[in-house]
Design a protein around this ligand. Structure first.
Ligand SMILES: Nc1ncnc2c1ncn2[C@@H]1O[C@H](COP(=O)(O)OP(=O)(O)OP(=O)(O)O)[C@@H](O)[C@H]1O
Ligand SMILES: [Mg+2]
Length: 599
């Protein structure tokens, strides 16, 4: 999966940042000092219960079974209950408060990330894969928090437990403790080898799950293509390959798991045998009562788990660091630049391009190559030209979706870079080429954002003007109908009309319509056009259209080719000129008249 790849890639080369990342994370956690204090307290208490339990075995065995001391016999059951009560309560407190801090930090970072996403420059979305951005928000935030809480727990609780147990063991017999300490590293080595393999297989599993997800979601999203182009066999083969990979990765992990435990246990058994051998042979036997020997053995066994966790803590911390790097680098990504200070009220909608050049960050050459033109207030400008000639790019520069261009773009004789960004954007309404609806009701899609307080009447009027009222009222729940994920429940033309209604409702001085009626039949398009012509009187309008019949009434037609304006004028002027536009017009006219003849 994408996530695991980015994580593993960055964990190798940026280890130096680990400290900074945890410091930054600590700053979030420190907002909850009191909770952290409770958690620490719980962890430490919890850590003492293990040595306490081992130590308890000594009086239990010696006092009750050997010496038959009545006092000890009376207290022993209660002492055991006390130890486990302490363990339970402290475990709850530490677990609860650690999670409380962890969840609070996750929520906070997630909100900040989302906020940042909403304010990124558009070029950021061009550069970054949307899947990766989403995994960051959903998965990596969790990973960071889990690494931090788990890491903290291991570092505090397990280290304290280990110190406690070793102290106890030293107290009973320093010689035997030495043997334990010597065999410890060997066990730790095996455990760390096993957990490395484990990690590798886990990553393989994650990757293969990602592949399974990808292939199946593609198959679900494109049922038509698969059937028409006879892709069923191909899809099946692709799927079977990843499915098999997934099975193998799982089996490898299972085998590692099944082999690792007995191996570790066997090595522990070897160490134990050595200890028993030494303890019973070397004159040490007089030091031990049955109770102290059992307590020593218990302490040794209890060491195993915390040591095991401690060998894994680095991996946990590393995965947290990797996730943290990605998260903080998005949090630190620069916002949309807003150097503009001027506020304009009631713009006249006069626009000028002066030798504007533009190139996308990822592109090798300019998409807009030195374009100049002037639009007077209230004019209707049409952009025509081949696919890829730069029409969408040109209109997208007006609301400053992209900041880095050469030349000047002026609104009411003010450079748009000098106008405050929000204020600039308020002057526009926009129907984009790719219409995206939110998974909400029709009403909420029309009265979106700044129009959220529009009255029922205004919404209805806007819908009527967009020729959408009729079909909206025929929907199962009218304006309250949910449109589905990206408007799946609507036809292409219906989506466009909802987007047009939204733009009309916005009542902005300048309108951008990027193939806003392309999915409509000629008749509906004409009707919307005439309604728009009425509505748009006095508003500057940029229209992009492939069907020339819709733009005949434009005040200026800009004919674009490969980022340049090759012709400019009214419909009549361009026809009279008899060049590119006239040729295009003839083509379309002939096509439509043959169509008419066919009927
Ligand atoms: N986000 C982007 N990053 C890099 N290049 C892009 C991006 N968007 C568009 N381009 C490139 O810029 C050029 C102009 O694209 P643009 O979308 O402006 O064309 P268009 O005239 O609107 O075409 P169409 O009629 O097909 O909508 C194309 O060559 C396209 O490949
Ligand atoms: Mg376009």
């Amino acid at each position: 999966m994408l996530s695991s790849k980015t994580v593993s890639d960055s964990s190798n080369n940026k280890k130096t940042n680990g400290f900074t990342i945890y410091k930054r994370l600590a700053n979030y956690a420190l907002a909850y000092r009191l909770f952290l204090f409770f958690a620490f307290f719980g962890l430490l208490i919890n850590a003492t219960t293990q040595p306490l339990f081992a130590a308890y075995l000594q009086p239990l065995l010696d006092g009750t079974f050997m010496d038959k001391d009545p006092e000890t016999i009376r207290l022993a059951p209660f002492a055991l209950l006390l130890i486990f009560l302490l363990r339970g309560v402290s475990g709850f407190i530490s677990g609860y408060y650690l999670s409380l801090v962890g969840r609070n930090v996750v929520t906070k970072i997630r909100s900040q990330l989302f906020d940042r996403l909403l304010n990124l420059p558009l070029s950021y979305y061009d550069k970054n894969n949307s899947g990766q951005l989403i995994t960051l928000l959903i998965f990596q935030v969790e990973q960071l928090a889990e690494a931090a809480t788990k890491g903290l727990k291991v570092l505090i609780q397990d280290i304290a437990t280990i110190i406690g147990l070793l102290t106890l063991m030293l107290y009973y017999s320093w010689q035997l403790t030495l043997v334990v300490l010597l065999s410890g590293p060997i066990i730790a080595l095996i455990i760390s080898y096993v957990s490395k393999r484990f990690r590798r297989f886990s990553r393989q599993i994650q990757d293969s799950v990602g592949e399974v997800t990808q292939i199946s979601s593609e198959a679900i999203a494109t049922p038509q293509e698969i059937r028409i182009f006879d892709g069923i066999e191909d899809e099946k083969r692709r799927f079977e390959a990843v499915n098999e990979r997934n099975r193998r990765a799982f089996m490898k992990r299972v085998v590692t798991e099944l082999l690792s435990m007995p191996t570790v246990h066997f090595i522990v058994a070897i160490a134990l045998s050595i200890i028993i051998y030494i303890a019973t042979h070397d004159g040490l036997i007089e030091h031990f009562t049955p109770g102290t020997f059992m307590a020593f053995m218990a302490a040794m066994m209890l060491l195993l788990d915390p040591v095991k966790r401690l060998t894994k803590v680095n991996a946990i911390l590393q995965s947290g660091i990797a996730a943290g790097e990605n998260i903080f680098s998005l949090l630190d990504a620069s916002q949309e630049e807003d150097t503009g200070r001027q506020i304009i009220n009631n713009t006249k909608g006069k626009i000028e391009f002066r030798d504007v050049k533009f190139r996308y960050v990822s592109a090798l050459k300019d998409v807009i190559k030195g374009i100049s033109f002037k639009v007077e207030s209230g004019q209707k400008i049409a952009l025509v030209g081949q696919s890829g000639s730069g029409k969408t790019t040109l209109v997208n520069m007006l609301p400053r979706f992209y900041n880095y261009y050469a030349g000047d773009i002026l609104l009411d004789d003010i450079a748009i870079t000098d106008i405050q960004l929000n204020n600039l954007r308020q002057q526009f309404a926009y129907v984009g080429q790719n219409i995206t609806l939110f998974n909400a009701s029709v009403r909420d899609n029309i009265a979106y954002g700044k129009m959220r307080h529009a009255s029922e009447d205004e919404i209805q009027q806007a819908s009527r003007a967009a020729h959408a009222l009729e079909f909206i009222q025929a929907l199962p729940e009218g304006f309250d109908t949910k449109v589905g994920e990206n408007g799946t429940l609507l036809s292409g033309g219906q989506k466009q009309r909802i987007a047009i209604a939204r733009a009309i409702l916005a009542d902005a001085p300048i309108l951008i319509l990027d193939e806003a009626t392309s999915a409509l039949d000629t008749q509906s398009e004409k009707m919307i056009q005439s309604a728009l012509d009425q509505l748009l009187k006095g508003r500057t309008t940029f229209m992009i259209a492939h069907r020339l019949s819709t733009i005949e009434s434009a005040d200026i037609i800009l004919m674009m080719e490969q980022g340049e304006i090759i012709e400019m004028g009214t419909h009549k002027e361009l026809l009279d000129k008899g060049d590119a536009y006239a040729k295009l017009h003839r083509l379309q006219f002939e096509a439509s008249s043959t169509n008419d003849n066919d009927k």
